[in-house]
Every structure is written in structure tokens, then in C-alpha cells.
Design a protein around this ligand. Structure first.
Ligand code: ADP
Ligand code: MG
Length: 594
């Protein structure tokens, strides 16, 4: 008989290969070790890191510890105390369960583990180098567990080369520790980098304490608490006002059953909720805990368990969106002006007062403060575009709209013919961008008209457009979308189109470039709803009053009243702020009156 070519790998080699999946870099080692400490119900976890984790990773906990037998067993592949049968996989509540981390780490480092249960007199120490057991012995130890992984990847040079700079690896480790610390405010995390304290949480049990450390205390002023119970899932945590945002998702922390996850589904849902509240490619800050029955998810999709799969994706998407939306609708989203800016005025005032162009008139409040009777239209979060899978508004409670949080405002005057200055009954000073505000008003009105199915249109003198081949083809494909929005084109052949109607209030001419621009980034036909939305925003933008446009008092009053009646008065539909506040308190503080 011929010798077979298939060989069973020796355990050392097998572990090295598997290690590549579980521990691709130092931060992954840190994550696995912390998760083990959390599973052991530690109340304090110390993490020591040297040279980006490449020289040393040491994690010490005060958790349950292990018996001598368990210490020896823990280093065997697929040795786990957390599940017994396959069915258990669907009810996992612990962080670990695959029994792969310790043997994988031990395969690619100079590894040691020292552990003692509180009830045992002595601890046990095991030393493994590059997957080869060096020794197991009785040893003195505090109750709990200490794991050391030194010289990571010393025996897998290929992987070592793949690592980034010390600074980059350290940053990843810090982010990993912070991500886990947020999930467990009741546990004190202490991270030491090259002997220096980097990050310490108090273990107070209060999420806000950890959040302030991770996001920065100042940013916490922009975070709104989230607490929501749905059919399928519960949510808690914080989401930011639109004013706190980033160009990437670095300030987003999303957890499912306390496990940090990467879920395009949830990230997407979050982003959709901020639609029109944020400029494109800006991302809110968020710390969101989703609690869901373990049977509804599969966490065993990825060796490092960072991905999660939901069995009812659409329902999860929708409920998650509702939970976040609830916060955004029930809180004032007005950004406070950063107050340090005013401090400089102290000296400026000493010299002669320059003309700032502010027409201040006596605010004579009462009459004007009454809010308009109109029921705010609840259209913002309803995406009237087809196929967007978003919710209708029926389930929203009466009166709970953004605008009930909008202050009654009396105009004081106009600044630079661009901003309206206004005072609230509470005495705070508001600055409203007239263009952004008007855009929001028109946008809301349009949506209202569209969902009522009666967008009034007007016939215009036929306007002829001749497009390049590609744009013409795209327009041809999307004629119905434009028509729904009041722009009726007749096709004239040869890439020529004739525009016959526009929305009734639209007294602006469309330029060839406007249409080409709308269509240009839409080459992927998948996004009908994006084209619809962009067109809607373009109409609102063009039709809105511009900066450098004088408004009289009636116009200002009307603008403020109409803004208050919109579903989302705090930003323009592109997500730029429409209004800011300078509180009386902040003003008084800056003048040293308090
Ligand atoms: P898993 O966490 O998937 O079970 P690991 O390889 O990470 O697999 O750990 C193997 C086992 O070792 C765990 O199931 C647990 O019983 C034990 N263990 C690991 N780390 C600790 C620790 N810090 N404290 C107590 N027990 C631990
Ligand atoms: Mg583990």
C-alpha cells in the first residue's frame, strides 16, 4: 500500500496555525485575556503592556482562579469550562466558549499562567514556550489569575513582520481595553503602558463614569441617555447630539449582550437615524448596549467573536432604529456655543466698541412667545422614499416631537443679514442660521405635500437641456423620480429633454449642472431613494432664503414660528446646525456676573 500524503499535524504546528486566527496582534491577546478575567468574575483587572505588547502582556485579575487540574487542562485545545454541548452555543452568556485562546497564545509566546482559587492554599503555575510545556508546579499566588505572554510571535517571524509600530499597537490595545471597560463599569480596569498609568476606571458600576473617561468629560455634555424597551431587544447607553460627530466611527461603541461587536446592520441603522441631522460622512458618537435573547443571535461566526449574526435582521434593524430615534426626538438637539470664544471680548470691550452690525431692539416678549398652534408634522424620520424599510410614525406617542422641545423665540434682530438673533422666555440668546432654518422648513413642507400626494406644480416656459450620453441615460431611467418631485421632463431624443413643470413654490431656474450633479454620484442604480432624497434637498436648498438677505421683523417671526413647527428644527436637511444657544448663564459667567 502506498504511503498517504495526508498527515495529521503535530499539536505544536496545529496550535501555531490556529493561533493566527485568534490572536492576529497584541490587542487580540489583550482582549482574550480580559475576557477570561471577566468570565472569571473579576472585580479588578490590571493590564501591563510593554513595547506595544510585543515584549510583554501581563493580565492580573482577582477572579475565581483555577484548580491545579484546570490549569493543566486550560492549555489544551478546545478546553473550556463554559460550554459542554453544541446546543450550549446558542445560549452563550460568557465572553469565551471556544477554548482556543490560551493554547493559541501559548503557541506563539513565552507564556505563563499562575492561578489560585480563594479556597485553595496553594496556586499552580504553568510555563509554556512556543507551545511546548516547560513546567507545571505548585506556587504561591494571590487569589485570582495572572497570565503573562512575553515575546509575542517570537517563533512566528512572518506574523511579527506584519505588526505595526509600537505606537499603533499600543493605540489598538488602549482602544480594546476601553471598549471592554465600557461594557463593565462595575469592574475596575487599570491599563499600564511601559510602566505608566494610561487608563483607570473606578469600577463604580456607573456607565457615565467610564464613558467620561473614554469620550472625554467635555463631550459627555453632548451625550443623551438612551433607555428603551422593545419587543425583541432592549437598549441602553448614550447617543450624541448631532453636534458631536467624527469623520469615522471611532466614537461608536456597540455591544450585543455586553459583547463588543462589529455589526454593519446596527451601524447602518444608527446612521440612518441621524439622517438629515448630520452632514454626509459624519458619524455620531454612541455607546449602545443591545440586550437580546441569546437564541436570537449567533456569535460563533468569527474566531474572535467580534461579528454577530441576528436571526431576524429586519426586526432588529427596525427596533434598533426606533430606540435611537426615540432619544433624538425627545431631547433638545441644540448645540451650545463653545463658551471660551467669548472670553476674548473682555479686552475688546475696553477699546471703543466697534459696529458689529447688530440691530438690537428692545425685546418685548410675552405676546410673541406663545407657540404656534400647528401640530408639528412628524415627517422627518419617516423616509418617504420607496423601499427604505423604515417605519411609519403611527407608533410615536402624541406630542413627542422634536419641536415640543424647541423654545418659543422672539427675534431681537438680524446679524450680518444672515443670522437671526432671538431670545427665549428663559432669557437665553439663540442664533439661527436663516438659510439652514428655511431649508428645513421647505424640506418638511415638501415631505408633507409628497406624503399627502399633492405636491402643487406650475407649468413653466419649456426649458431645454442637452446632456452627455451618460447623464441622459441616467435621467431617462429616473424620470419618474423627478416627476414625483414636480419636475416633469419630456424626452426629445438625442439626449435632449424639455422641462415643463416645477414645484409651485419653486421660483428658481434649474441649471444643466444641477441635474448632472444630482445624477452623477448615482451611477449605482441601487439608490433610487438617495436620488430622491438628494433632489429633495437640492430643491429645499435652492428655494431657501440665502445669507445676506435682509429680513423684517414679521419675516423673522414667521421663520422662527415655522421652524418650531418642523419635525426636526435643530438642523438643516443636510445635517448642518440651524440653531445654537448661548445661555444667559454662560453670558453672565463670561461677564463675571456670577
Ligand atoms: P474559553 O474562554 O473559550 O473557555 P480559553 O482558552 O480562553 O477558552 O480559556 C480556557 C479555560 O481556562 C476557560 O474556560 C476557563 O475555565 C479557564 N480560564 C482562563 N482564564 C481564566 C482566568 N483568568 N480565571 C479563571 N479561569 C480562567
Ligand atoms: Mg477565553
Amino acid at each position: 500500500m502506498e504511503m498517504g500524503r495526508i498527515r495529521i499535524l503535530d499539536p505544536v504546528t496545529a496550535n501555531k496555525i490556529a493561533a493566527g486566527e485568534v490572536v492576529e496582534r497584541p490587542a487580540a491577546v489583550v482582549k482574550e485575556l480580559i475576557e477570561n478575567s471577566l468570565d472569571a468574575e473579576a472585580s479588578r483587572i490590571e493590564i501591563y503592556v510593554e513595547k506595544g505588547g510585543m515584549r510583554l502582556i501581563r493580565v492580573v485579575d482577582d477572579g475565581c482562579g483555577m484548580s491545579a487540574r484546570d490549569v493543566a487542562n486550560a492549555l489544551e485545545r478546545h478546553a473550556t469550562s463554559k460550554i459542554e454541548r453544541e446546543e450550549d452555543l446558542y445560549a452563550v452568556r460568557t465572553m469565551g466558549f471556544r477554548g482556543e485562546a490560551l493554547p493559541s497564545i501559548a503557541a506563539v509566546s513565552r507564556f505563563s499562567l499562575l492561578s489560585r482559587r480563594a479556597s485553595d492554599q496553594f496556586g499552580t503555575k504553568i510555563v509554556v514556550h512556543g507551545g511546548e510545556k516547560i513546567s507545571v508546579s505548585e506556587a504561591g499566588s494571590p487569589a485570582g489569575t495572572e497570565v503573562i505572554a512575553a515575546d509575542l510571535f517570537y517563533n512566528t517571524p512572518a506574523r511579527l513582520k506584519f505588526l505595526k509600530s509600537e505606537a499603533a499597537e499600543t493605540a489598538r490595545i488602549t482602544a480594546t481595553v476601553q471598549r471592554l471597560a465600557l461594557a463593565r463599569p462595575e469592574v475596575s480596569f487599570c491599563l499600564y503602558i511601559n510602566g505608566r498609568t494610561k487608563f483607570v476606571t473606578p469600577g463604580s458600576g456607573k456607565l457615565a463614569d467610564v464613558a467620561a473617561l473614554v469620550l472625554g468629560g467635555q463631550n459627555m455634555h453632548s451625550m443623551l441617555p438612551l433607555s428603551w424597551q422593545g419587543q425583541l431587544l432592549n437598549m441602553s447607553g448614550f447617543v450624541s447630539k448631532p453636534s458631536l460627530n467624527r469623520s469615522n466611527r471611532n466614537l461608536q461603541y456597540i455591544y450585543v449582550n455586553k459583547r463588543p461587536v462589529y455589526s454593519p446592520l446596527l451601524s447602518d441603522s444608527l446612521q440612518t437615524t441621524y439622517h438629515t441631522l448630520l452632514p454626509r460622512n459624519r458619524f455620531p458618537a454612541a455607546i449602545i448596549f443591545v440586550d437580546i435573547a441569546p437564541s436570537e443571535i449567533d456569535v460563533n461566526v468569527h474566531p474572535t467573536k467580534k461579528e454577530v449574526r441576528f436571526s431576524r435582521e429586519r426586526d432588529v434593524y427596525r427596533e434598533f432604529l426606533k430606540g435611537v430615534r426615540d432619544v433624538l426626538l425627545n431631547n433638545s438637539l441644540i448645540a451650545e456655543l463653545q463658551q471660551p470664544g467669548l472670553a476674548g471680548l473682555e479686552t475688546a470691550v475696553a477699546s471703543s466698541l466697534p459696529d458689529y452690525g447688530i440691530k438690537i431692539k428692545d425685546a418685548n416678549p410675552p405676546a410673541l412667545y406663545s407657540m404656534p398652534e400647528t401640530r408639528p408634522e412628524q415627517s422627518l424620520f419617516e423616509n418617504s422614499c420607496k423601499g427604505s424599510g423604515e417605519e411609519k410614525q403611527e407608533d410615536r406617542k402624541e406630542g413627542e416631537t422634536g419641536s415640543s422641545l424647541f423654545p418659543g423665540l422672539a427675534p431681537l434682530g438680524q446679524y450680518k443679514s444672515t443670522y437671526i438673533l432671538a431670545q427665549s422666555a428663559a432669557g437665553d440668546l439663540y442664533i439661527i442660521d436663516q438659510h439652514a432654518a428655511h431649508e428645513r422648513i421647505i424640506y418638511d413642507q415638501l415631505k408633507k405635500d409628497l406624503s399627502a400626494g399633492n405636491l402643487p406644480v406650475q407649468e413653466i416656459l419649456p426649458q431645454t437641456f442637452e446632456f452627455d450620453f451618460q447623464t441622459a441615460a441616467l435621467l431617462q431611467e429616473n424620470l419618474d423620480i423627478f416627476e414625483n418631485l414636480g419636475f416633469k421632463f419630456a424626452v426629445f431624443g438625442n439626449n435632449t429633454f424639455i422641462l415643463r413643470t416645477v414645484p409651485a413654490f419653486f421660483n428658481h431656474s434649474l441649471r444643466q449642472e444641477d441635474i448632472a450633479e444630482l445624477l452623477s454620484s448615482e451611477n449605482n442604480a441601487s439608490s433610487d431613494s438617495r436620488l430622491f432624497e438628494k433632489t429633495l434637498q437640492m430643491i429645499a436648498c435652492k428655494a431657501a432664503i440665502k445669507a445676506n438677505h435682509r429680513l423684517d421683523e414679521q419675516e423673522m417671526t414667521a421663520l422662527l414660528r415655522n421652524l418650531a413647527a418642523t419635525s426636526q428644527p435643530f438642523t438643516c436637511p443636510h445635517g448642518r446646525p440651524a440653531i445654537m444657544v448661548l445661555t444667559e448663564q454662560a453670558i453672565a459667567r463670561n461677564f463675571r456676573r456670577t
